[in-house]
Design a protein around this ligand. Structure first.
Ligand SMILES: *[C@@H]1O[C@H](CO)[C@@H](O)[C@H](O)[C@H]1NC(C)=O
Ligand SMILES: *[C@@H]1O[C@H](CO)[C@@H](O)[C@H](O)[C@H]1NC(C)=O
Ligand SMILES: *[C@@H]1O[C@H](CO)[C@@H](O)[C@H](O)[C@H]1NC(C)=O
Length: 249
C-alpha cells in the first residue's frame, strides 16, 4: 500500500518536472547564413543549460547600437551537444523572429507544436548536425510561409506524411535533407516537389492522430523585397558550391 503511494507520487513528480524555465544570453550579431537572405540581425546562443529546454523566460545580452529585440530576425542555437528539448517562448522576446538555425543538439523528436508561436512570420527553419529521428506532420502547421527547410545531417527515419502540406511549395526555394537515415538529398525551386516525393516515399509515416492544432496566428509577415535572394547549392558538374540567385526579379 505504502509502496504504491510512493510510486504514484514519484510518477506525478516526474510528470511535472518536464517543464523547464531558463535564461539565455545572446550574442547579437549581423550574420550571413548559407541559405539565408543576405545579412540578418541574429541572437546567437550556446549557453542553453545542459539537458533542459522548454521555456525561455529571460534573454540577456548587449544589442548592437540602435537595435533592440524587435530587430532580431534569427535565433541561432548551438546546442553544445547537450540540449535535448527544443526551446520555446522566443516569440515573447523577439516578436519579429523569422528563422531558426539550430545545430549540435541531442533532440530526437520534433513533436509538431514547437514552431506554432512564430506563425506566418517564420520563413526559415534549419535544424542540423543533431540526432533528430522523427518529425511530426504538424511542425509547419501554423507556419505556412516557411521557404527554406534544412534537416542536414541528422538521423531522420520518419517524417509525418503531411509535413510539407501546410507549406506553399511553389514559394519554397530550398529543401535540404542530406545525411539522414532515409535517403533525401537537396533541392532548389522547382526540384522541391520531387524531393518531397522521395522523402515521403522513403520515410513518410501516418501520424494524423497527433494533429491537434486549431488556432490561426494573427501575425503579419515581415518581408523585405529589396534584398537579392540567393542560395548555395552543390553543382555536381562543376564540383563546387555555386550561388544561385532567385530568378523572379
Ligand atoms: C558545453 O559542454 C561542455 C561539456 O560537454 C561543458 O564543459 C561546457 O561548459 C558547455 N558549454 C556551455 C556554454 O554550456
Ligand atoms: C515567456 O517568458 C515570459 C517572460 O519571462 C514569461 O512571463 C512567460 O510566462 C513565458 N511563457 C511561458 C509559456 O513560459
Ligand atoms: C503560393 O506561392 C505562389 C508564389 O509565391 C503564389 O503565387 C500563390 O498565390 C501561393 N499560394 C497560396 C495558396 O498562398
Amino acid at each position: 500500500m505504502k509502496t504504491s503511494f510512493w510510486l504514484i507520487s514519484f510518477i506525478a513528480f516526474e510528470a511535472f518536472k518536464i517543464t523547464y524555465f531558463f535564461s539565455i544570453n545572446c550574442l547579437f550579431e549581423i550574420r550571413s547564413y548559407s541559405y539565408g537572405r543576405g545579412y540578418i540581425y541574429s541572437c546567437l546562443t550556446t549557453d542553453i543549460p545542459e539537458s533542459t529546454g522548454s521555456y525561455v523566460t529571460e534573454v540577456t545580452g548587449e544589442h548592437l547600437e540602435g537595435r533592440n529585440n524587435y530587430f532580431v530576425r534569427f535565433v541561432e542555437i548551438d546546442g553544445n551537444k547537450t540540449l535535448s528539448l527544443f526551446p520555446r517562448n522566443f516569440s515573447h522576446f523577439f516578436p519579429n523572429l523569422a528563422g531558426f538555425y539550430v545545430t549540435n543538439t541531442l533532440i530526437k523528436t520534433l513533436y509538431g507544436d514547437e514552431l506554432n508561436e512564430y506563425g506566418k512570420r517564420l520563413e526559415f527553419f534549419s535544424f542540423g548536425y543533431s540526432s533528430l529521428k522523427e518529425v511530426s506532420s504538424n511542425l509547419f502547421g501554423q507556419t505556412p510561409n516557411v521557404e527554406v527547410v534544412s534537416f542536414y545531417n541528422n538521423k531522420i527515419s520518419h517524417v509525418g506524411k503531411n509535413l510539407f502540406k501546410p507549406l506553399n511549395v511553389s514559394q519554397m526555394w530550398h529543401l535540404q535533407f542530406y545525411l539522414n537515415n532515409c535517403e533525401g538529398g537537396l533541392a532548389n525551386y522547382d526540384e522541391i516537389p520531387d524531393l518531397i516525393t522521395i522523402i515521403l516515399n522513403n520515410c513518410g509515416y501516418d501520424d494524423e492522430f497527433l494533429i491537434t492544432t486549431t488556432t490561426t496566428p494573427t501575425t503579419t509577415t515581415m518581408r523585405t523585397t529589396t534584398e537579392r535572394l540567393y542560395c548555395l547549392s552543390y553543382d555536381r558538374k562543376l564540383r563546387k558550391v555555386v550561388k544561385k540567385y532567385r530568378t523572379n526579379n
